[in-house]
Structures are given as C-alpha cells and as structure tokens.
Design a binder for this molecule. Structure first.
Ligand code: COD
Length: 303
C-alpha cells in the first residue's frame, strides 16, 4: 500500500517511461513538470501545441526540445483533439492537460468520434497528501460531475476504487460523507449514502468497502465515531471520500491545500486512458505526482 506521494513516485518509476500526450504544452509550469517526469523516467512525452512557442519556452528554461516529439497545432481546439487522438490511436497511454481550459479538453475527451469515452462515467479524483492523516486520501468528485444522481455516484465510487487499487490498496475503504451520519429524508445526500452502502453490500459496487452516511468527523476519526456511538468498517481508515456534489468537493480539496498545506494530485478517470488534470496553481511537484499516479493507473490497462 502506497501511503505517500514519494512512494507513488518510486513505484511509478518501475513502470516508466510511458508515452504521454500533452495538450497545449507551451507554458513554463507544464514543461517543468513534463521535464521532471522525463528525468525521473516516468514519461516520454509528445508535446502538442504551438511548436515555435514550445521550443522558445523550453530553451528559455534550459530544456532541450530535441528530447521531445513536438506536434505543431497553434489552435487550442485542434491541440486538444490532436492530443486526444494520439491516445485513442494508442500512440500515447496517458493524456495531460497543459495550458488550456478544462472544458475545452473535456469536450475533446467526450467527443463521440475522436474522444476517449468508454461505457463508464468520467469522473475526477483529487488525491491528497495531508500531514495529519496516515495515508493518501482520494476525494471525488470535485471537478467534473456537477450534481451526480445515485446511479452516477455509484459509478464515481467504482472509478475511484479501481484507481486506488493501482496504489496497492486491495480493498479500499470508502466514506460517503454528508452533513450527518443519520438518514434524514430532508437531506438527499444522506439517502444516497445509505443506498450506496447497501449497493456495496449487495455487490453492486465491487472491490472496496463503502459506508455512509457519515459526517466527515466520524469518517476520518475513529475516536469521533466512537464518541457518537457509531460503528463503521471504514471509520478512521478511509481511503476514498465521496462528496455530495462538485461544490463540496472542490471546496474540500482547496480548503485542505490552502489552509492545511495538503499536496494535491488530480486525475480524470473512466476514459480509455488516465487524464492528468492539474490546475495552474498546483506546484511542479504536485504536477509530477499527478503524472506518477497516471503512470500507475495506465499500468492497470483499460478497465
Ligand atoms: N462522463 C461521460 N460522459 C459524459 C459526462 C461524464 N461525466 N458528462 C457528459 N457526458 C456526455 C453526455 O452523455 C453527452 O453525450 C455529452 O457528454 C455532452 O453532455 P453535456 O451536454 O452534459 O455536456 P456539457 O458539455 O454540457 O458538460 C460536460 C462538462 C464536463 C463540461 C460539465 O459537466 C461541466 O462543466 N463540469 C464541470 C467542469 C468544471 O467547470 N469544473 C470546475 C473545476 S476544474
């Protein structure tokens, strides 16, 4: 079981280098992460975007552009489509969002003809390394599915469970969190949570243990759960947190990053290949960890 990003990085090196298509690579922070991943032996990247600009920025940063295949696509929509097609045609096994809006890349990924759809729902995970927690915590979905229904939540959990398997966690523990740990008919998130726990018990979600509803306190702390007289098989050992909607997830992740100095990594799951989806504000190290997680996920192959 990989408990830290350094362990993830170390393990991912065993599987590299993987081909990675970078959509819109012409930005210092993107090239910095891509070059670090190359040096660590994680990836061998194909850079898509404005070739002149990519070369100019790379040279300014002391990166040798000759170490990369560069595909000239000055238009951003073309760039997204080209990078996606490289993955679809198996010329690359990981996709990375570079210097472009998430929506533009998602449109290409979701495109019925050239995209990377499978029969699964696409969902986003933030994996966080948090000082006061003894393992990596994966939270979903704070970036893709806006207000998932019960069926979608089950798929989002399933995606996250498969993903966490790639970190060597054989039976991940999933907490479906809400504002409280009781089913309150006025709070739909608590009803969904109870259904998801039952779906897991009945084998409708596999490969992990799902419990809910749980308040965040009694999900993350066994002591807090005991204090409230709650017995939960996941309490205190949670690997995955399912949040009710995009707002709660997004605020959750950013709150931990900005107030508790958690280190985030981000990926999109459920496509034909892992998609490294980082934000501009993520540090280069954090971007490198996201790539390393993409390598682990890619090693599992298409699910
Ligand atoms: N998985 C698989 N297919 C999907 C998904 C998904 N999660 N979402 C949409 N689709 C398919 C639909 O079935 C449909 O065939 C097609 O894609 C278009 O669907 P729409 O019309 O719902 O798609 P959009 O373009 O309106 O919305 C898709 C987005 C991903 C753009 C939308 O869900 C969105 O804006 N999400 C939030 C992204 C965001 O702003 N995040 C902020 C933090 S980074």
């Amino acid at each position: 079981m990989l408990r830290t990003f350094d362990e993830v990085l170390h393990k991912a090196k065993d599987y590299g280098p993987k081909k990675m298509a970078v959509a819109s690579a012409g930005a210092e922070d993107v090239l910095k992460a891509v070059e670090a991943a190359r040096k660590e032996g994680l990836t061998d990247s194909i850079l898509v975007g404005d070739k002149k600009e990519i070369i100019q920025i790379a040279e300014k940063m002391g990166i040798n552009p000759a170490n990369y295949e560069i595909i000239d696509k000055p238009d951003k929509t073309e760039t997204a489509r080209c990078a996606v097609e490289l993955v679809r045609n198996k010329k690359a096994s990981i996709l990375m969002k570079g210097m472009m809006g998430t929506a533009r890349l998602l449109q290409a990924v979701l495109d019925k003809e050239i995209g990377l759809r499978t029969n699964r729902l696409l969902s986003h995970v933030y994996t966080l390394e948090i000082k006061n927690y003894n393992r990596l915590l994966t939270m979903t979905d704070g970036a893709m599915n806006i207000s998932p229904d019960l069926k979608q939540k089950a798929q989002i959990i399933q995606n996250a469970i498969y993903y966490v398997h790639s970190m060597g966690i054989k039976k991940p523990k999933v907490a479906v969190v809400a504002a409280l740990e009781l089913v309150n008919p006025d709070m739909p998130a608590t009803i969904d949570a109870a259904c998801l726990a039952k779906m897991s018990e009945r084998g409708q979600i596999v490969g992990g243990i799902v419990d809910g509803p749980l308040g965040f306190d009694n999900a993350i702390s066994k002591e807090a759960a005991e204090h409230k007289g709650i017995e939960s098989p996941v309490s205190g050992e949670v690997d995955i947190v399912l949040v009710p909607n995009i707002e709660s997830g997004n605020i959750f992740a950013k709150g931990l990053v900005y107030l508790a100095k958690a280190v985030p990594a981000g990926l999109l799951l459920g496509a034909k290949a892992p998609v490294v989806l980082v934000s501009r504000s993520d540090s280069a190290q954090s971007k490198l960890y996201s790539i390393a997680l993409g390598v682990l996920m890619s090693e599992m192959g298409e699910i």
